[in-house]
Design a protein around this ligand. Sequence first.
Ligand SMILES: [Zn+2]
Length: 297
Amino acid sequence: MQNFTDILYNLKVDCIGSGPERHERPHKPLMLLAALEMIDLGVADCAAIPWNQELLSLFTERFEVVKQRNDSDTPENPFFYLRSEGFWNPVLQASAAPLSDRPRRKDLGNVTALLSKAIQQHINTANKRAEVRELLISRYFPEHRQALLALASLPTPLPSAAQAHKPARGAAFKRKIAELYDDCCAACGMRIKIPKLNVSFIDAAHLIPFADEFNDHPSNGIALCKHHHWIMDRGLISPGPDLTWHVSHAFDARRSPAESELLALQGKDLLLPKDEAFYPSQRALEYRFEKLVAYHV
Ligand SMILES: [Zn+2]
């Protein structure tokens, strides 16, 4: 099985809306949050999540927190379509026959989702479930962290420093960002990808540091080559809220061709993902822009 963190960070979800309102549909990660809660409450075990009124209520409660324009409260969609993730198998309870379509309200109590053995080992204790809940919130709903945690019956501690720097989490974020930016540096466009060796030259840079807000949403990241990542982390270049690059006046073109090249980045557009749903957020860009080293140092 593919790394579980990677699976959670790469759920196959559609995007909806246009312009700044465009966003990923929240249903699949919300259904997983509701399922974790069912287990925590003792009304489901980690092998099977029943399609019942309790699940629907837990889903709706969370949906009300995160919904955006154009979203509708349709738990039947993720309950059925989560099957494409490989660990969630909706079946008829009586015969264990796979469902052929989304369950309806009249099917309440007659349908269940069987969870694969591979996922069960990641959710079979309260601590592990808290960690999965934390990953889902960091990746999909960081802006709603407090409200979603308040709905959980068991406490979810904030990630420890060790969890924040867990290689699996960092690697999952990096793979998502690299995919969205097609392995191109958002500053210079450099792209080196060797699929057979699983080598990409691209780093996923957080705009607001993960340790500050536990935010792994792709709109808090940007793909950069090692060179531009290093320079941005020192506040010498920054993407701006205007989606162009800004360069510190600490550089002097007369000193070296490298500095001259960096200065030429001033005013150039960011090289962005195809889908606007994943553009860097204005708030994250403003945060980073404020870190740009003062013009005269
Ligand atoms: Zn670059």
